[in-house]
Write a protein that binds this ligand. Structure first.
Ligand code: PXG
Length: 284
């Protein structure tokens, strides 16, 4: 049975439990990370840990463990589960408190490390490319729940995901409060136009994806020009190529959006190149 790390102790999956008074459950008050394990190693662990602590800082949640020990907890849990390829869910909740929002009423944050298998898109999805739709649900306004925080409150994105699934799609584009392209429900978005790679700027109100950053680095190393800029649906519809990036999806081609074919309706050459390069990077 898989082992879950909670506050320094390993529990069998069935015994891994936290309080129903935890504000993570009651209010979505907490932060998390999703990390891939490739060949027994956590991919870009330092960056995930840094983002976790930044998310926590934004919500004024003091994590009662230094970052080095958090990293060690992740490595210990990978080892305890003898996981070679899989997925890590790192969660920090506000902890058990009283009914009422005040975080000061919460005693101790709960730190949870889950190691599991990763649910991937089918091989066919990568071969043929994904069809997606634009959601009517906009991404959180940066002055509401800022998208840079990877918080336990994903309802905004879940509402968009519900629309995607009802439209028979696996993902949806979320626009921001200005009607610009922001990101998908759990992935960042890229397009290719005349050989140039474009992706929404962080100020569009998106999560700074670790896969996104890796893909930008790979593209620049391959002499591909990368522009972080405001993008509209018009840019998506008229792109030569489009793809999404994320811990679970890696680099996944998008070939149709809102019923319009993108480019020639097949995964494009730059998408394929970056997907291969990302694979090499992840498995090196
Ligand atoms: N945008 C959002 C809103 C996300 O939640 C990404 C972009 C991509 O970021 P990374 O750092 O993964 O390249 C995410 C990532 C899950 C799960 O289990 C969600 C994510 C990642 C892994 C697992 O739902 N979100």
């Amino acid at each position: 049975m898989s082992k879950v790390w909670i506050n320094g102790k390993l529990f069998d999956k069935d015994d891994a439990k936290i309080s129903v008074f935890d504000h993570g459950l009651l209010y979505g008050d907490g932060v998390f990370e999703g990390i891939r394990i490739y060949g027994g190693k956590a991919f870009r662990l330092d960056e995930h840990i840094e983002r976790l602590y930044e998310s926590a800082r934004h919500i004024a949640l003091e994590i009662p463990l230094p970052p080095e020990r958090m990293s060690q907890a992740v490595l210990d849990t990978i080892r305890a589960n003898a996981k070679i390829d899989g997925y890590i869910r790192l969660v920090v909740t506000r902890g058990a408190g009283t009914l009422g929002l005040d975080p000061k009423r919460c005693s101790n944050p709960q730190i949870i490390v889950i190691v599991d298998d990763i649910a991937l898109y089918s091989a066919e999805s990568y071969e043929r490319g994904l069809s997606i739709v634009t959601s009517s649900i906009i991404r959180n306004h940066p002055n509401a729940l800022n998208a840079r925080i990877k918080s336990l409150n994903y309802l905004n994105n879940i509402l968009a995901k519900i629309e995607a699934v009802r439209a028979g799609c696996q993902e949806a584009i979320m626009l921001n409060h200005n009607g610009e392209v922001a990101e998908c429900t759990a992935d960042n978005l890229f397009l290719v136009k005349r050989g140039i790679l474009r992706t929404p700027h962080l100020v569009a109100g998106i999560l700074e994806g670790i896969t996104r950053n890796a893909v930008i680095e790979l593209a620049r190393a391959a002499q591909i020009t990368v522009q972080e800029m405001a993008l509209t649906r018009h840019d998506i519809y008229s792109a030569d190529e489009c793809f999404l990036t994320g811990t679970a999806a890696e680099v996944a081609p998008i070939v149709e959006c809102d019923g319009r074919l993108i480019g020639n309706g097949k995964p494009g050459p730059i998408t394929r190149q970056l997907r291969e390069q990302f694979h090499r990077l992840a498995r090196q």
